[in-house]
Design a protein around this ligand. Structure first.
Ligand SMILES: *Cc1c(COP(=O)(O)O)cnc(C)c1O
Length: 544
């Protein structure tokens, strides 16, 4: 703190003040609050500085490990945050930032979030959440019905039943997937005779009791990495997640899946779960869920569908049939913080059978008593915020038809963008959009012509050169700060299944216009021309 400046002081009196008296409207904090509530997009646009700064430079401002001995005034600290943090954050809600699965939020989310934080309800138990518990159960019921379409009686029987649960609300898709596989594991290795079940005796004794050599989780090679984390945490080990090859549309090859099931059965390795992906993170494609359900039935294993990103498509009557077969899954993960436009920290898993969560039930003396309706007895997390309120409010305020419009416009926009790329001589569409996600790259027309007749080895070499250019363009675009697409590395059948680097775009923001998409391509062409190293190298290597 500079000399002569007023200094805050740690005293009970000042502490009382931060718990009671709000900042005056003309204080820094008061002004910021007003700006945020009146025009969030404007506030973010004004305060997030687009120019790229090296992370190592930013780290210098976050270098000290000493907890301050001197308290700061709230307004002074707000200036500090705006300067050091907000200005260097990412403008995820900008319509030209089309690389993320988490994007813009409707304005009503802000005051509602503030209310949620102010209420500070803890969903672990009724005692600290009261009406939030039935609300969360209702949200789970609505999402369950969206997936499984059971009869009204079903929901009246189970939605608020103490010993049942239609699902679990959690922080995101990772914990949702872990919860689903945890339930699957405990049900498959349940108590039997003298054996008290895997939950009590652990995996080693469980495998011995059931006489299995091991367990496996089968998912396409496009499966999300959270499944490996789950296998690790559940004691199965990451290598028990087996990647099954995909077809040219990035969908699991069911014949290979079945062959793998047979081979594992021969080796006495039990398939814990087959996992279908409904909207892969990298390409947005959907597995043939019905065929997978048949195989899961045949081999008597759990069938989980990871619809963390794509699950919201069920809200669109026009496109929900893309997920046909999802209703046959034992469990389904959906992230509300992706295509349902809720802020981060809102994931959920729903279970076909309301009794299946009994397999992970935990009780404690002082809370989560047997027979209570405490949600914490069926969740991995303990203390948990009232995020379900934001999903509840969004489902009411936006409603199913509103969500349908949002989902449909995203898919239509992705199709439009794909057609732009297809028509443009300098771009190559790598994966067609099935939902609102697609991948592509910049490949000059003469390079495309060269590759069309070149042999596999030559193309492999050319692809490495294109990779360098793709990375250069993506990084330069991000650093320029006007727009953003993400990049990923995927196997491409056309090039013999070799992985190539691609731009990845997710068209969820309703404010992204066709003009913005056209500008993004134009900017990429310009950036490519600026590459004094990679583009010339590529051209030189592909001259006939
Ligand atoms: C995003 C995603 C996850 C992980 O969800 P988080 O909310 O990031 O934990 C899992 N699976 C798929 C298919 C996803 O897209």
């Amino acid at each position: 703190m500079t000399a002569g400046k007023r200094a805050a002081e740690a005293s009970l009196e000042t502490l009382h003040r931060i718990f009671t008296i709000p900042e005056a409207p003309d204080s820094t904090l008061g002004r910021i609050e007003k700006e945020i509530s009146e025009n969030l997009a404007g506030f973010l646009g004004n305060h997030i500085v687009a120019t790229e700064q090296a992370l190592t430079d930013i780290e210098k401002d976050f270098a000290g490990a000493v907890i301050p001995e001197q308290p700061a005034f709230v307004s002074d600290h707000m200036h500090h945050l705006l300067d050091k943090l907000v200005s260097r954050s990412v403008h995820t809600s900008s319509p030209s930032f089309i690389g993320h699965m988490t994007s813009a939020l409707p304005y009503f989310i802000l005051p509602l979030s503030k209310l949620m934080v102010g209420l500070n309800q803890n969903l672990v138990k009724i005692e600290t959440s009261k009406a939030f518990t039935p609300l969360e159960r209702q949200v789970l019921g609505m999402m369950h019905r969206l997936v499984y379409s059971e009869h009204e009686d079903f929901y009246q029987n189970w939605m608020h039943s103490a010993n049942h649960s239609l699902g679990a609300f959690c922080s995101g898709g990772t914990v949702a997937n872990l919860t689903a596989l945890w339930v699957a594991r405990n049900n498959m290795l349940k108590a039997d005779g003298d054996f008290k079940g895997v939950a009590r005796e652990g995996l080693f004794k469980a495998l011995k009791h059931y006489g299995y050599e091991g367990m496996a989780i089968l998912v396409s090679e496009r499966g999300h990495y959270s499944l490996k984390k789950s296998a690790d945490v559940l004691g199965l080990g990451q290598e028990s997640v087996i990647a099954i090859p995909t077809d040219d549309r990035n969908r699991i090859d069911c014949q290979k899946l079945e062959e793998k099931c047979q081979a594992l059965a021969k080796d006495n390795i039990k398939v814990l779960s087959i996992v279908g992906v409904a909207g892969t993170t990298e390409t947005g494609n959907i597995d043939p869920l019905s065929d997978m359900a048949d195989i899961a039935e045949k081999y008597q294993c759990h069938f989980h569908v990871d619809a963390a990103w794509g699950g919201a498509t069920l809200l669109s009557n026009k496109y929900r049939s893309l997920l046909d077969g999802i209703e046959r899954a034992d469990s389904v993960t959906i992230d509300a913080h992706k295509q349902m436009y809720v802020p981060m920290g809102a994931g959920l898993v729903v279970f076909k059978n309301p009794s299946s969560v009994a397999a992970i039930e935990h009780h404690a003396e002082y809370i989560l008593r047997k027979g209570s309706k405490d949600l914490g007895s069926h969740t991995l997390e303990g203390s948990r915020p009232g995020m379900a309120m934001l999903v509840y409010a969004s489902l009411h305020i936006i409603s199913r038809p509103g969500y349908e419009l949002l989902i449909n416009q995203g898919i239509d926009k992705a199709k439009y963008f794909a057609s732009l790329i297809d028509q443009h001589s300098e771009f190559e569409l790598v994966t067609q959009p099935e939902l609102c996600l697609l991948t592509y790259r910049y490949v000059p027309s003469q390079v495309q012509a060269f590759m069309a007749t070149a042999d596999v080895d030559t193309n492999q070499h050319i692809n490495r050169l294109i990779d360098k250019l793709t990375k250069f363009i993506q990084k330069s675009q991000r650093e320029a700060g006007k727009s953003f697409v993400s990049r990923t590395r995927i196997e491409v059948q056309k090039y013999g299944g070799v992985k190539v680097l691609v731009f990845r775009v997710v068209l969820a923001n309703p404010l992204t216009t066709n003009e913005i998409l056209e500008d993004i391509l134009e900017e990429q062409v310009e950036l490519a021309q600026k590459s004094i190293q990679y583009l010339p190298e590529l051209i030189e290597n592909t001259s006939f």
